[in-house]
Write a protein that binds this ligand. Structure first.
Ligand code: MTE
Length: 341
């Protein structure tokens, strides 16, 4: 298997631009300028239109990507015992600094993977998680209450972004199923909708990228949400989540493309219809509701047959992508119609 070693300045390279944003941002810039899609190939014009310079946090920048774990994040239950049922023996763990440097969190910036230095103003705590919709009773939880109620475990999961990069991450958290049960959904609930935080004053990407339909929103079918793999992560690498990785809580759904896992979730709603989702609303032909990892179904603009596995900062290795990201034994029964090439 070939080794692809990218130079240290990998974050800024063209092949590593945020593919999800690449097309959409430029279309948005151009439409704001009143320029039609015919001009999409005009690189010089795009460079002029890019207001990236405005993407700055007002407060002091953190010193490094691991300096962004909030001081007041609950540490009860850390470090959690590893659940050996969920490990990835055939791949190394992605180095911690790399996993917290190379991130997608559009609320801070959608043009760059390196957003940790923009998180200085984001103060997640105090945090409450609202539960609404088709439930016996609407309620709110705080994070520490959830951790004490459910306990914490560590699971090592493969992570596969739709942009064809991947990682192996040790998450700390609890099964989503436990949270769903504690919400007491009505039997009429067929789907769950998740909404991320929307703090314009603390998140420069929300202020700058006004063309996105904030807040970030995602959804699952109820059987998916209750699958044993669906996990609520409050930490990674044995510590609470850094801000850029979704502090204070996010979803980890290892058989789906990474964007199905919303970060910084503030609201869970139970519904009786398929909820709309952020990326599907923006580009329905590119990002489907289900979005299961599938090497036989190419993205309209690139192949999904292989991935660039990130082991450390700047080090990627090309690897074949597996059906359901290697989790078929846990999830394949839920998708009898999924094309298998
Ligand atoms: N959640 C929110 N709220 N905002 C985002 O921009 N990006 C998604 C997902 N969850 C995103 C989000 C995408 S595209 C990916 S690939 C993963 O988070 C990235 O997780 P990581 O940065 O911790 O690797």
């Amino acid at each position: 298997m070939p080794n692809i070693i990218l130079p240290p300045e990998w974050r800024g390279r063209e092949q590593d631009v945020t593919d999800m944003a690449f097309y959409l941002n430029r279309r948005a810039f151009l439409s704001k300028l009143g320029v039609g899609t015919i001009a999409l190939s005009s690189a010089s014009m795009l460079a002029c239109a890019d207001p990236r310079a405005a993407s700055v946090a007002a407060g002091p920048a953190p010193d490094g990507p691991l300096d962004t774990i909030p001081d007041n994040a609950p540490r009860v239950g850390f470090p959690a015992e590893r659940n050996m049922k969920y490990v990835v023996p055939e791949r190394p763990l992605t180095e911690r600094v790399a996993a917290s440097s190379y991130t997608n969190f559009y609320e801070f910036d959608g043009e760059s993977k390196k957003v940790w230095h923009l998180t200085g103003d984001y103060k997640p705590f105090p945090w409450t998680l609202q539960v609404a919709g088709l439930v016996e009773k609407e309620q709110t939880f705080d994070i520490e209450q959830l951790i004490r109620k459910f306990g914490l475990e560590e699971r090592i999961y493969r992570f596969r972004c739709v942009e064809a990069w991947s990682a192996t991450i040790p998450w700390t958290g609890f099964p989503l199923r436990k949270l769903i049960d504690a919400c007491n959904p009505l039997s009429s609930a067929t789907h769950v909708r998740f909404v991320s935080v929307n703090r314009k004053d603390e998140m420069p990407g929300i202020r700058r990228q006004t063309w996105y339909p904030w807040p970030y929103y995602e959804g699952l079918r109820m059987d998916e949400a209750r699958n044993e793999l669906a996990f609520v992560a409050v930490g990674m690498y044995g510590e609470p989540l850094p801000k850029q990785n979704g502090s204070p809580l996010r979803l980890a759904l290892p058989w789906k493309y990474g964007y199905k896992g919303p970060k910084a979730v503030v609201r869970i709603e139970f519904t009786n219809e398929e909820p709309k989702t952020f990326w599907n609303d923006l580009a329905p032909t590119e990002y489907s509701f289900l979005s299961n990892v599938n090497p036989t179904v190419p993205h309209p603009r690139w192949s999904q047959a292989s991935e660039r596995f990130m082991s450390a900062e700047g080090r990627f290795r090309q690897m074949p992508t597996q059906m359901f990201n290697g989790y078929a034994e846990f999830v394949a029964d839920m998708y009898p119609g999924e094309p298998r090439g």
